[in-house]
Design a protein around this ligand. Structure first.
Ligand code: F1X
Ligand code: MN
Length: 441
C-alpha cells in the first residue's frame, strides 16, 4: 500500500508505505500452538487484525494532517505525550503570542517555513506514535535503503580508497596527509547532495566515482574554510605529542545512505591519522526530513557492509561495528528534532550545549542544520557567519552543506549577486557548497 501525502507549494511530498503489519495471505488455515511455543494461526490472525487496524489509524491521521495542511488550518497542539510534546506545544503558544493579533493563528501557509516543515515531520511521527503497535515504524526507511543500494558503486570506491589509505597513512608526510584530508572532506560535502527531502520519490544516488569529480566541483565551493580545520587539527596533533590531551570531533549528522558512508569514512580517517582521538556522532531520534540518520540506519548500514561480497566494504563494516562498540560514541537528543534555532540551545537544551562545549570541532552537516544555525533568516550575503550564529558558540564549528534553501551568509561583497546573474537558481539546487568555519584557532 502506498499512501501519498500531496503537499502544495514549496513543501516536500512524503510517501508513506505499508509497514508490513497485517499483510494478507500469509497464514494458511487454522492450526494450534506448536510445542516449541510458536504462535498458532489464530494468534497470527489476531496480530494481523491489530496490525491492519493500526495501519488504518495511521493512514487516517495522515489524511487528516494532509487536509489541515491543504486548507491552511491552524496548527494543533501535539497529543502523543512524547517527552518533547510539551516543548512543541509551548513553542506553538509562543508563536501565537508573537503574532500579537487575537484573531490570527499559526497556520501552514502563514508561519515561518522552518517551523512549518519541522512541525510537519513531527506530526507524521505523532500519527505513527498514536497507532500502536506500529508507533516506532520508520516511514522513510524504504527510501533511505534505496539510496544506499543505488549508490553501491560509489560506496565501494570509497571503502576501497579508505582501506588503501589506511595502509599507507603512517608513511605520509604532512603535505600528503593534508591532501588526503582535503580530498575526503570534499567527498563529505558533495555527499550532502543526496538528501531525499526535496524529492522523496526519487533517490539521487551517487553513481559516478566520488573521487574523480572533485577537481571539477571545486569552483562550486563558495566558502572554503578547510584550511582552518586543518590548522586546528594538525596543531592539536602536534601539541598532543608534548601534552596528554585529546582532540574530540563531533558530527551533527544529516542524511543516511551514501552521505552517512562519507561521514563514517571521514571519522575513520580522522582517527587513523591521529588528527582526532575521539569521535561523537549525533543522530535523530525520530524519522526526520525523509533521509536523516537515526540509530537504526547506522546499524542497518553496517550490517549491509559486513554482508557485502566485496572485501573492502565488509572490512569497513567490521571495523565500524567495532569502533561503534569501543570508541565512536553515538548519541541522539530530542533538541535535534525540535523546530528551534540553535541560538536557543543553551536555554532549551542546556545538557546538549554543555556536551558540545567539550568538543574541539563540531561539524554541522547539511542544509537544515545551516538554516537552524543562522535562524533561517533573509540575511544579506555579506553578514559574517559569526554574527548570524547569534551567540551560538559552544566550540569551534564548521557547516558543511550544499545549498538547497535561500539562506547564505559570509560571502565576499558582490559574490552572491554575481552568481545570481549567471545561475538564478544557485541557492536551491544543491550544486554549490560551503565549508564555513566559526571559532578561534
Ligand atoms: O538538511 P539536508 O538534508 O541537506 O536538506 C534538507 C532539505 O532538502 O529539506 C528541506 C526541503 O524542503 C530543506 O530544509 C532542505 O533543503
Ligand atoms: Mn537531511
Amino acid at each position: 500500500m502506498t499512501y501519498f501525502l500531496v503537499i502544495p507549494s514549496s513543501l516536500p511530498s512524503v510517501y508513506i508505505t505499508s509497514c508490513g503489519y497485517g499483510r494478507r495471505g500469509r497464514s494458511r488455515g487454522r492450526s494450534s500452538r506448536s510445542c516449541d511455543g510458536r504462535a498458532s494461526s489464530s494468534d497470527d490472525t489476531q496480530r494481523r487484525r491489530v496490525g491492519t487496524e493500526a495501519e488504518k489509524k495511521a493512514i487516517s491521521l495522515l489524511s487528516k494532517l494532509r487536509n489541515e495542511l491543504q486548507t491552511d488550518k491552524p496548527f494543533l497542539p501535539l497529543t502523543d505525550n512524547c517527552l518533547d510534546a510539551d516543548i512543541w506545544n509551548k513553542y506553538l503558544e509562543y508563536h501565537h503570542t508573537l503574532l500579537n493579533e487575537n484573531n490570527k493563528k499559526i497556520s501552514w501557509f502563514q508561519s515561518p517555513w522552518l517551523y512549518v516543515e519541522c512541525y510537519m515531520y513531527r506530526r507524521i511521527h505523532e500519527a505513527l506514535v498514536l497507532s500502536s503497535p506500529i508507533s516506532y515504524f520508520d516511514v522513510f526507511k524504504e527510501s533511505k535503503e534505496r539510496n544506499f543500494f543505488e549508490s553501491q558503486e560509489a560506496i565501494k570506491t570509497l571503502c576501497s580508497y579508505l582501506q588503501d589509505l589506511k595502509k599507507r597513512i603512517e608513511n605520509l608526510d604532512e603535505k600528503q596527509l593534508k591532501d588526503e584530508f582535503l580530498k575526503l572532506f570534499q567527498i563529505v560535502l558533495w555527499g550532502n547532495k543526496c538528501d531525499l527531502a526535496l524529492s522523496p520519490n526519487q533517490s539521487i544516488p551517487q553513481t559516478s566515482s566520488p573521487l574523480a569529480v572533485l577537481e571539477d566541483l571545486k569552483p562550486y565551493i563558495l566558502v572554503n574554510n578547510l584550511d582552518y580545520l586543518w590548522s586546528l587539527l594538525i596543531s592539536r596533533k602536534k601539541m598532543r605529542q608534548e601534552t596528554f590531551s585529546i582532540t574530540r570531533v563531533d558530527f551533527i549528522m544529516d542524511n543516511a545512505g551514501f552521505e552517512l558512508v562519507t561521514d563514517l569514512v571521514m571519522a575513520d580517517f580522522l582517527l587513523a591519522s591521529k588528527l582526532a582521538t575521539e569521535i561523537h556522532f549525533h543522530g535523530k531520534s525520530i524519522p526526520w526530513f525523509v533521509s536523516d540518520t537515526n540509530k537504526n540506519d547506522i546499524y542497518w548500514l553496517i550490517e549491509q557492509l559486513k554482508a557485502a561480497n566485496t572485501k573492502c566494504m565488509s572490512e569497513c563494516g567490521i571495523n565500524w561495528e567495532y569502533y561503534l562498540k569501543h570508541s565512536w560514541i553515538y548519541q541522539d537528543h530530542m533538541f535535534w528534532t525540535l523546530p528551534h534555532e540553535y541560538c536557543t540551545m543553551s536555554q532549551v537544551a542546556t545538557d546538549l550545549y554543555a556536551e558540545l562545549e567539550k568538543s574541539n570541532l563540531i561539524l554541522f552537516k547539511g542544509d537544515l542544520n545551516y538554516r537552524k544555525l543562522v535562524g533561517d533568516r533573509k540575511w544579506d550575503f555579506t553578514v559574517p557567519f559569526h554574527q548570524a550564529l547569534n551567540g551560538f558558540h559552544p566550540a569551534p564549528l564548521c557547516s558543511i552543506r550544499t545549498l538547497k534553501t535561500e539562506v547564505q551568509v559570509g560571502l565576499a561583497p558582490g559574490q552572491g549577486e554575481e552568481i545570481t546573474d549567471t545561475d538564478p537558481q544557485w541557492m536551491t539546487t544543491g550544486k554549490y557548497g560551503i565549508f564555513q568555519f566559526d571559532g578561534a584557532l
